[in-house]
Structure formats: C-alpha cells, structure tokens
Design a binder for this molecule. Structure first.
Ligand code: COA
Length: 241
C-alpha cells in the first residue's frame, strides 16, 4: 500500500511529538474505523455536529467500490479517518440539491466524512487528509463536482472546507432535519475565492444567523470565505449571479 504522508503531531495535554502516518485504508481496517467512530460519538460534546456513517456505508468506501479512505495512525493506533464517496445515481447524491442531472451526477464526489481522536485534534489532520483525498480524486479525472455538508456551528469543519477552496452554495435541512451548509467546488474550474483584487461587494454574516444566510443564498449570493471575529466566525457572501 502506498504511504502518502508522514509528519509529527502533538497529543493534547503533552508537549511530546509523535510520528503520524497517513495511509490508504481497505476493508481490513473496518473494525478499527467503526471503533474510532464509536469513541468519537461517545465523547462528542454536541451530538448534532456529526452524523455517523453506517457499517454498510463504511463497507462501500473501504472496499474501494464507492469511495476512497485515508487513515491516520500514531503508535499503531488509528487516530483519524477521512473519506470521499462517489454517490453515482444514488438518492443521496448532493448534486440533486443543486439541480445537477444525468451525466453530471456521475461526476459527483462527496468529501464525505472526517473524524479525529479528541487527543489529536488541532494538528490540522482534517485539512491534511482532505487535501490528500482531493489530490487523489483529481488524478482520477472522472470526477468534477465536489460536494460536502457541514453543520453551521462546526467551526473546524467549516474552516477546513474553505481551505479546500470550496464555497457555500446552499443551506438546507438534511439529516434528521438538521441544518447543513452545502459546500461545492468545480474541480475542473479555475480557483475562485475572496481575494484582495476581488472588488465585488462582500456581505459578512455570522455563521449562526441562518435566516439572513438563507435570504442571501436565495438572491444568488454564495459563501466564498470566512473571517474570525471575537464572537466566532462570519461567512463572506458575494453575489455570483
Ligand atoms: C472536525 C474535526 C475532524 C477537526 O479535526 P482537526 O484535525 O482537529 O481540525 P484542524 O486541526 O484541521 O482544524 C481546522 C481549523 O479549525 C480550527 N478549530 C479547531 N477547533 C476549533 C474550535 N473548537 N473552535 C474554533 N476553531 C477551531 C483550527 O484552529 C483550524 O483553523 P486554523 O488552521 O485557522 O488554525 C474534529 O474536531 C472531529 O473529529 N470532530 C468530531 C467529528 C466531526 O464533527 N466531523 C466533521 C463532520 S464529518
């Protein structure tokens, strides 16, 4: 198995540095992945942040049939997991939320899930794993439309999606009617994000102000970036159409 990356991480509460390896996972890691997800769920302060994958969904991804999975390992223990999913014509294809159809649905890839053991958070593992997954997906050439969903209050995930140059194109009630941003990136297009030379009017809105964001999105605005404030985070909306 190819080893895509190796670097040092710190464990919360200690100053020691540990060697961490990222590697592609297959079905032989299924029980470790399910066990880590169970631990994440048990220790999660806000259960709404994370909608867990079912064993069947893990199976589809870990066999390589419907996705790709990366694991982060420290001292032979799985401490992080990230995956992309190729939804094809399935009902859960997020392309349907923005009216993609036909052949376009087959080009959809979801940045599906990422979780990191609480003791190893803050090492940019989500950002690193997402970047490696997307590099691999881009090499495959057949996937163009990248989507993901993020709960508006989940700051690390929000920041991480913007770091992958994704933008907010919708805000919808998804899993168990819980609100989710729908992030999108056209993997074949030139990059676009709020840059200094971008002279378009930018409207900043708190990530927690859902009514205002719904209004802006319904008027052709998209969330192209964020800024940190004392109170939390504001999304930078720009009119795209
Ligand atoms: C979400 C999660 C995977 C993030 O993992 P991580 O590797 O620690 O995240 P990163 O270190 O890449 O952090 C990304 C950014 O969020 C910031 N961040 C992290 N925790 C934060 C917090 N509690 N509040 C505000 N910002 C935070 C980091 O500082 C970083 O921003 P920066 O680069 O500008 O400093 C991890 O918190 C987790 O496993 N949560 C539970 C499962 C979950 O919610 N998964 C996401 C949905 S699938």
């Amino acid at each position: 198995m190819e080893l895509p990356a190796s670097f040092e991480v710190t464990r919360q509460g200690t100053s020691e540095r540990y060697s961490c390896q990222l590697s592609w996972l297959d079905n032989s890691s299924a029980s470790q992945v399910v066990e880590l997800q169970e631990y994440i769920l048990k220790t999660l302060a806000n259960k709404e942040f994370f909608y867990p994958l079912t064993p069947a969904e893990f199976g589809l991804i870990l066999t390589g049939e419907g996705g790709l999975a990366l694991g982060a390992v420290v001292e032979e223990q799985l401490i992080g997991f990230g995956a992309v999913y190729f939804p094809e014509n399935n009902d859960d294809n997020l392309g349907r939320d923005v009216a993609l159809c036909g052949a376009e649905l087959k080009q959809v890839v979801h940045l599906e899930v990422c979780f990191v053991h609480p003791e190893y958070r803050g090492n940019a593992l989500q950002t690193r794993m997402s970047a490696l997954l997307l590099k691999r997906v881009s090499q495959l050439k057949e996937y163009r439309h990248l989507f993901s969903t993020v709960m508006p209050a989940n700051l690390p995930s929000l920041i991480s999606q913007f770091k992958q140059k994704m933008k907010i194109v919708a805000l919808k009630q998804k899993y168990n009617n819980s609100w989710r941003y729908i992030f999108y990136r056209d993997l074949w297009a030139k990059e676009h994000f709020v840059e200094e030379e971008d002279k378009r009017e930018t409207i900043s809105v708190s990530n927690l102000d859902l009514p205002r964001q719904l209004t802006l999105l319904s008027h052709g605005y998209q969330g192209l970036g964020y800024r940190k404030t004392e109170a939390g985070i504001e999304i930078l909306y720009v009119r795209e159409s």
